[in-house]
Ligand binder design. Structure first.
Ligand SMILES: Cc1cc2nc3c(=O)[nH]c(=O)nc-3n(C[C@H](O)[C@H](O)[C@H](O)COP(=O)(O)OP(=O)(O)OC[C@H]3O[C@@H](n4cnc5c(N)ncnc54)[C@H](O)[C@@H]3O)c2cc1C
Length: 223
C-alpha cells in the first residue's frame, strides 16, 4: 500500500516489451476471484520508467471485482495490450506536470525517466490530493525535489486539517499555477487525473492562451 486505499503492484516484464515514459497498458486478469462487469480488463498507466526492470502499476482500491482480485489473488498470468498513450514528453522544453490523486502514475514514470537520462530541461510537478495520506509517492517526490536541481515538487492538500502541514492547501487554479510557472508559453503542460479536474485545468490554460499543442492530457475514468 503506497497511500490510503492505494495499491502498487508489479508485473514481470515480458521479453521485448518496450514503452515510453507516460504510456499506459490494458491489463486483463486471467482469473477473476470476484464478479466484475468489465470482465477483468482495465487501462492502467505504467508508474515505472522504461529503464527499470519490472512494470510497476498503482491503483486506488474501490471494491470492484478487478481490484479485489488484485489484492486477494496475486501471482497469475495476465494479458497486456499496448503500450499506448498521449502523455509523451516534449524534450525540447521545460515540463509542468499537473496531477490529481492517482493521476500521478504516468508522471512518476516521466520524472524518473528524465532524471535517469539526464535531460537538462526543468520539470515542475503540481500534485493535488485531499489529504497527504492520499498522495502516492509523496516521499519519493519530496526527496527528489530536494536533491535534484531540475525538479520542483509542489504538493497541495485540499481537505486536510493537519496543523503540521505547512505546504499548499489551495486547489490548483489559475493563480496557483501562475505562482509556480512564471511563463505559461515557455512550457508544455501534462495533465492527468479525474476527468473533472483535467477538464477544469485545460479550460484554465486555454483562457491563459496556452496553445493546444502545449497541453497534453489524459483523464482517468471510473472514480
Ligand atoms: C489512459 C488511462 C490510464 C489510466 N491509468 C490508471 C492508473 O494508472 N491507475 C488507476 O488506478 N486507474 C487508471 N485508470 C482508470 C482505470 O482504467 C479504471 O477505470 C479505474 O481504476 C476504475 O476501475 P475500478 O475497477 O475501480 O472501477 P469500475 O468498476 O471499473 O468502474 C467504476 C465506474 O466507472 C465507469 N467507467 C469506468 N471506466 C470508464 C470509461 N473508460 N469510460 C466511462 N466510464 C467508465 C464504470 O462504468 C463504472 O460505473 C486509467 C484510465 C485511463 C483511460
Amino acid at each position: 500500500m503506497i497511500a490510503r486505499d492505494t495499491l502498487e503492484f508489479v508485473l514481470q516484464r515480458p521479453q521485448g516489451f518496450d514503452f515510453q515514459a507516460g504510456q499506459n497498458i490494458s491489463l486483463k486478469l486471467s482469473r477473476l476471484l470476484y464478479e466484475d462487469d468489465r470482465r477483468g480488463r482495465r487501462i492502467l498507466s505504467l508508474a515505472s520508467a522504461p529503464h527499470e526492470q519490472d512494470l510497476v502499476l498503482a491503483t486506488r482500491l474501490t471494491g470492484s471485482g478487478f481490484k479485489k482480485t488484485l489484492v486477494d489473488g496475486p501471482l497469475q498470468k495476465v494479458e497486456l495490450g499496448g503500450p499506448r498513450g498521449k502523455l509523451l514528453r516534449d524534450e525540447s522544453g521545460p515540463a509542468v506536470f499537473i496531477a490529481g490523486g492517482i493521476g500521478i502514475t504516468p508522471f512518476k514514470s516521466m520524472v524518473l525517466d528524465a532524471l535517469h537520462r539526464g535531460l537538462a530541461q526543468p520539470m515542475t510537478l503540481l500534485y493535488s490530493n485531499r489529504t497527504l495520506a492520499d498522495a502516492a509517492y509523496h516521499k519519493l517526490f519530496a526527496e527528489l525535489g530536494q536533491c535534484e536541481g531540475r525538479f520542483t515538487y509542489v504538493p497541495t492538500v485540499t481537505r486536510d486539517d493537519d496543523a503540521e502541514w505547512k505546504g499548499e492547501r489551495r486547489r490548483i487554479d489559475a493563480s496557483f499555477i501562475r505562482d509556480y510557472v512564471p511563463d505559461f508559453n515557455a512550457v508544455t503542460f501534462y495533465l492527468c487525473g479525474p476527468p473533472a479536474m483535467v477538464d477544469a485545468v485545460v479550460e484554465i490554460l486555454k483562457n491563459e492562451n496556452v496553445s493546444q499543442q502545449r497541453i497534453l492530457s489524459e483523464s482517468f475514468w471510473g472514480y
